[in-house]
Design a protein around this ligand. Structure first.
Ligand code: SF4
Length: 471
């Protein structure tokens, strides 16, 4: 095939990672990337059902794509991702001009389905769960067209065995499956040999990585300890030559183990950043959410993490206005947030996602005006903490990896610190993306830092355009 494609991604990093794989598969099939929609023969919309009004946005976009498709013969539209997994046949019922509807478990079939649909007409293929086959299970085992070339996401686990009341992930991504340890380490070795210096280990619940593998081994009669394999994985991946930074997302507070903190502290390449989703500071709301920890336990582990890992930055997610949240519950969230003193936080107003348990709690929904008021009150607390944490960094020299030129000012470069903070600094000379540099922090804002370049410490080692490569 010699056509051109565009992949549009909605939602989270897991989706962005799936999009890279879809792009990689299309390139392996002979497609090249289009500069814009006009040039494209195929548009893939990789959907997400987590965001509010996701379905309205999708069907609005598909309406526009109907016109796009009619403008040139042979054009094709693919809808993938968790909204198609959830809606199944509904996509074609509402938008019969779509060529392929596929779910989250068959990313590996993207190119084949596109080819088949040319002769058979529209295809819907939604698998209910991952097929036990390397390529089907783990997107990282597929060819990739990576968006950035100095860093890479590496899937270590898919699905989730938890049942958080607000979350659609278990329904659309299936049960938790860990990728074999050796396969992950091998993939990172290949990435390092291609000059990639930073990897982010990706999963819905990364720190429970390996639990299923150990259980399977035991069932098979092996004397497998139920040990925390995530810590071992951090150590193994972090010791691969050429890997300067290891990140991971997202861990679950209930599965946070001392071994993970110890591995973070003892493996120099593992960045001093922990995303540690609180969701609520009220024990009764946490119980209604099925989060599996109390605020006290959360704070104890946070103190322990900060004790063990010097200079740790901590970020979080908090939902305001979960069904049944009282003023007292909310005030407890404010207290816990103030005590935790996060470096930054993603704050969300609760909104019901169809298909989740919380969406059926409509007898306990909180008045939107109250939710909005609470959101603003919590925002003040979170921004105060972020300001304290950022001020603490003024006067330090931070190592950054260069991400590019600032969107607002061409003479300013943007780098990312090990603590995952954006640091902007002027530079008379261009510095290539993926370089490492030391930058003195001169001032702090709520969401970023400003600084002065001290020295470039390492040039990028990645190839400018990674060939489509199967790990
Ligand atoms: S841990 Fe909870 S929030 Fe995270 S993916 Fe699983 S169910 Fe969703």
């Amino acid at each position: 095939m010699t056509g051109k494609y565009v992949v549009r991604t909605h939602g989270c990093q897991m989706n962005e990672h799936d999009s890279e794989r879809i792009a990689g598969l299309l390139e392996a099939d002979g497609y090249t990337r289009a500069a814009n929609d006009d040039e494209a023969d195929v548009i893939v919309v990789n959907t997400c059902c987590i965001r509010e009004n996701a379905d309205m946005r999708l069907y609005g976009q598909l309406g526009w794509l109907k016109t796009w498709k009619g403008e040139a013969p042979g054009r094709q539209i693919v809808v993938s991702g968790c909204l198609s997994q959830k809606d199944k046949d509904v996509v074609l019922q509402k938008a019969g001009w779509v060529d392929v509807v596929m779910g989250t478990h068959n990313v590996h079939r993207a190119a084949e389905l596109l080819r088949e649909s040319r002769s058979t007409g529209p295809i819907v293929e939604i698998l209910d769960e991952a097929v036990v086959d390397d390529h089907a299970m783990f997107p990282s085992a597929l060819p990739a067209r990576r968006e950035t070339t100095y860093n890479a996401w590496v899937t270590i686990q898919i699905g989730c065995d938890n049942s958080c009341a607000f979350c659609i992930v278990p329904a659309v991504r299936g049960r938790e499956l860990s990728r074999p340890f050796a396969e992950i380490v091998d993939e990172v070795r290949v990435l390092a040999s291609q000059g990639i210096t930073e990897v982010t280990l990706l999963g819905q619940n990364v720190n429970s990585y390996g639990r299923d593998l150990a259980v399977d081994l035991r069932r098979a009669g092996a004397d497998a300890k139920l040990r925390p394999m995530f810590a071992e994985l951090l150590e193994s991946v972090g010791s691969i030559e050429g890997i300067r930074r290891v990140r991971f997302t997202s861990p679950h507070p209930k599965d946070m183990r001392p071994e993970t903190f110890a591995a973070m502290a003892s493996t120099p390449s593992v960045c001093e950043h922990l995303h540690y989703p609180l969701q609520s500071g009220s024990d009764s709301v946490l119980a209604a959410m099925h989060r599996g920890y109390t605020a006290e336990r959360y704070l104890e582990r946070l103190i322990e993490a900060r004790r063990v890992i010097p200079d740790l930055a901590v970020t979080t997610d908090i939902i305001v206005g979960f069904p049944g949240e009282t003023e007292a519950d909310f005030e407890r969230t404010m207290e816990v947030a103030a005590e935790a003193c996060f470096d930054s936080a993603y704050e969300f107003e609760f909104s019901p996602r169809p298909g989740t348990e919380a969406a059926d709690m409509n007898d306990r929904f909180v008045d939107p005006k109250i939710v909005n008021d609470r959101f603003e009150r919590l925002r003040v607390v979170l921004e105060h903490s972020a300001a304290i944490k950022h001020e603490e960094r003024v006067g330090r020299v931070e190592e950054v990896v260069i991400e590019g030129v600032s969107k607002r000012n061409e003479g300013v470069l943007t780098g990312r610190t090990r603590q995952n903070k954006l640091l902007h600094f002027p530079s008379a000379e261009p510095i290539r993306v993926g370089s490492y540099a030391n930058v003195l922090v001169t001032s702090a804002a709520r969401h970023f830092l400003r600084g002065e370049l001290r020295e470039v410490t390492a040039a990028p080692t990645h190839k400018v355009r990674l060939a489509v490569a199967s790990a």
